[in-house]
Design a protein around this ligand. Sequence first.
Ligand code: CP
Length: 317
Amino acid sequence: MKHFTSIHDVTDLHALLTEAAEIKRDPFKYETFGRHRTMGLLFFNSSLRTRLSTQKAAQNLGMNTMVLNVNEDSWKIETEFGVVMNGDKAEHIKEAAAVIGKYCDVIGIRSFPSLKDREADYSESVINRFIRYAGVPVVSMESATRHPLQSFADVITIEQYKKTPRPKVLLAWAPHCRALPQSVPNSFVEWAVAAGYETVVTHPEGYELDPSFTTGAVIEYDREKAYKDADFVYAKNWSSYTQYGKILNNDLAWTCNAKNMALTRHAKFMHCLPVRRNLVVSDEVIDSPDSIVIEEAANRVVAAQTVLREILKEQNG
Ligand code: CP
């Protein structure tokens, strides 16, 4: 594996899941595999889980880690080309990426979308420019359109809990007070379909995701029909893709609550976290024994460690 930015960088998901299970059983099996290698973790946006789990994953492989809150701890970075840099951004991405590439053997990047310009966001300019100018492998720690480390952890978690070979996995839109990216839902659907699950997406009219991410999934506008007999419910808010970045609906009937969950086949509740209680999910659902959000977050270490090992395998030859 050269870079990790989406499911398309995975040649054999089944083999990767087998490797993840092995790493989960014995996290220190490859504790010297990344010796004398350095991972840089660059955050253009806030994080709790991604920051700590990816750092722990690298350290479990014996790697050194350096964390930078870009634009806060460092010079502000200009990511566009051809601009007169007479504002507050003192450094261009061309030099910044190239320099960081000299200090790091792998670079993780978190860069959220603006939610203002769909074309610009979906071009993934920040992560693609790091790939172009850093000269070392780049790992997405959530980009404008995808969150593959999260999705890989989600699939590891479903494999851990599933009771049937092909569970019904529901991605259920839920309300939120702020406009959120489509990256988690886009990515989750891609991975769930690739894993071979019966993948259903439910949302109000106007929340259709970019169809290139939902190939192979069923879109069901009838929420009750969608929840019916689900084995896993992944609640998530996202802002509109069609009316880009807009909030179109605040109906609390879409909150993942006990009434909706009662339609399922005792479904496990999932969410990437952080989550707003009693808006996205009711207290009783997230606090129930069927909630697996903490194990899901724990599996972020397993996912990151598996991906980093794949990248190191290629580097180590
Ligand atoms: N799920 C997730 O990516 O969490 P953080 O934003 O805290 O990293």
